[in-house]
Design a binder for this molecule. Structure first.
Ligand SMILES: *Cc1c(COP(=O)(O)O)cnc(C)c1O
Length: 419
């Protein structure tokens, strides 16, 4: 019952799901999971959902698995939607909510898609999985592969933060950091060239290489609808790299609209870093998603948003347009200021990529695109301990003193004078 087929988003060909069928065999296009919403509506309704335990697998019928026994779970999803009263006051807004995805098992939203991706690979009998990632997708994949007892190979960029590499190695992934070759993304290049040769299942975050795992990100939207009592926000602001998260979020809202569970889809906003913003540029210039050139030499502190080639722009850009949303790029300085503000006003420690949505909101408020009376949800996508080095550069150093009250007093006097 859950789902029946895969449809190519480029040529329209319909495929039956099968092992090693991850892209359209006719044109190489991206596959979309097709569900029978009529049948699902007989089972899933507001009352039924209210009875179920929170988490990604609460929405089993809307996820592409054939049997519950293949679920690989670490307790992902079911994250809080937190009213950001202090920030709202500071920004003179009425309703600001934070979807805190840092609470996921490996501290980023990527646990949602990877729980689905690894479960599906297990259903296909996979012994090894592979991914190309700036860090978080690889980390989530390595944790779920560990739980499933299968091998995990990851290609991550040389510049990945140490704390992310530590997480990967601790889960036992085989970590390969390819050197820059000058064109394209060397991590994706290696993944594309290696997976078939070695019999690995490709599970990067991008839907362009595997249609299953992006479905996991729909559950963020389902949760927001439920947590808001089925009143959708005016805006949902989403830190964006390849556009996979935004595409998944959009599918979730459009599905709930189609099933009659919500009346309106929120306006979706893609926030990218100025140092790598191919989706924002294509959105503003009206470039066809299939003709976006790779971003030359990306540079930003938001490593999780570095996708020089936006693999899922073909679903993300139409979703932004269909939802009447927008796209904006923010500077590293704005992102770092948002990291600090989030930590100091709301008690949430995010990595730079994870806080980019807040930086985006502040820009859109200034530009008058978002009104201060609008209801806004920002997705905080990744936790701050993933990039300790960047955090340490932004804070004052701790003070060392002799363990004597006199010295402490002196410190306070200096401190009092300062404030
Ligand atoms: C992966 C990631 C995103 C979004 O990336 P997409 O490639 O657009 O799906 C946002 N924030 C963090 C922290 C991430 O790891």
């Amino acid at each position: 019952m859950p789902f029946s087929e895969l449809k190519c988003l480029r040529c329209g060909r319909v495929h039956h799901p099968a092992k090693n069928l991850y892209v359209c065999t006719s044109c190489g296009g991206k596959l979309d999971v097709i569900y029978d919403y009529q049948a699902i509506s007989d089972v899933i309704n507001r009352g039924e959902l209210a009875k179920r335990k929170n988490g990604v697998w609460k929405y089993y019928e809307l996820l592409p698995l054939m049997s519950r026994k293949n679920i690989v779970s670490l307790g992902e999803g079911g994250t809080p939607l937190i009213p950001a009263r202090n920030l709202a006051k500071e920004l003179r807004m009425r309703h600001l909510l934070l979807k805190d995805e840092t609470r996921n098992p490996s501290a980023s939203f990527k646990d949602r898609p990877m729980s689905v991706g690894v479960s599906k690979a297990v259903e296909f009998g996979a012994r090894a999985v592979v991914c190309a990632s700036s860090g978080n997708a690889a980390i989530a994949l390595s944790a779920y592969a560990a739980k499933a007892g299968i091998k995990c190979h990851v290609f991550v960029p040389l510049g990945a933060p140490k704390s992310k590499v530590a997480q990967l190695l601790m889960h036992g992934a085989q970590v390969v950091q390819p050197k820059e070759s000058g064109v394209g993304d060397p991590t994706y290049k290696l993944m594309q060239e290696s997976w078939k040769k070695f019999g690995w299942h490709p599970i990067p975050s991008a839907g362009a290489f595997n249609p299953y795992q992006p479905e996991g990100s729909k559950t963020i939207s389902y949760e927001v609808c439920e947590q808001m009592g089925w009143q959708t926000p005016d805006w949902v602001i989403i830190p964006t790299g390849a556009g996979t998260l935004l595409s998944g979020n959009a599918k979730g809202y459009f599905e709930f609209e189609q099933m009659g569970l919500i009346n309106e889809v929120p306006r979706l906003v893609a926030i990218q870093a100025e140092g790598c913003a191919p989706i924002v540029r294509a959105f503003k210039e009206g470039t066809s998603p299939y003709e976006i050139p790779p971003w030359p030499s990306p540079r930003t502190v938001a490593g999780g948003l570095v996708d020089p080639y936006p693999w899922d722009a073909d679903t993300a850009i139409p979703a932004i347009k269909r939802s009447n949303g927008t796209a904006e790029a923010v500077s590293d300085a704005e992102i770092l200021a948002a990291v600090k503000l989030l930590a100091r006003r709301e008690g949430i420690f995010a990595e730079p990529s994870g806080a980019a949505g807040l930086a985006g909101l502040m820009r859109l408020l200034d530009e008058g695109v978002v009104s201060r009376s609008d209801v806004v949800v920002i997705e905080i996508t990744g936790g701050g301990l993933k990039d300790v080095a960047t955090a340490m550069k932004m804070v004052e150093k701790p003070v060392t003193i002799e363990p004597r009250l006199e010295q402490l007093k002196k410190l306070f006097v200096a401190d009092l004078k300062q404030h």
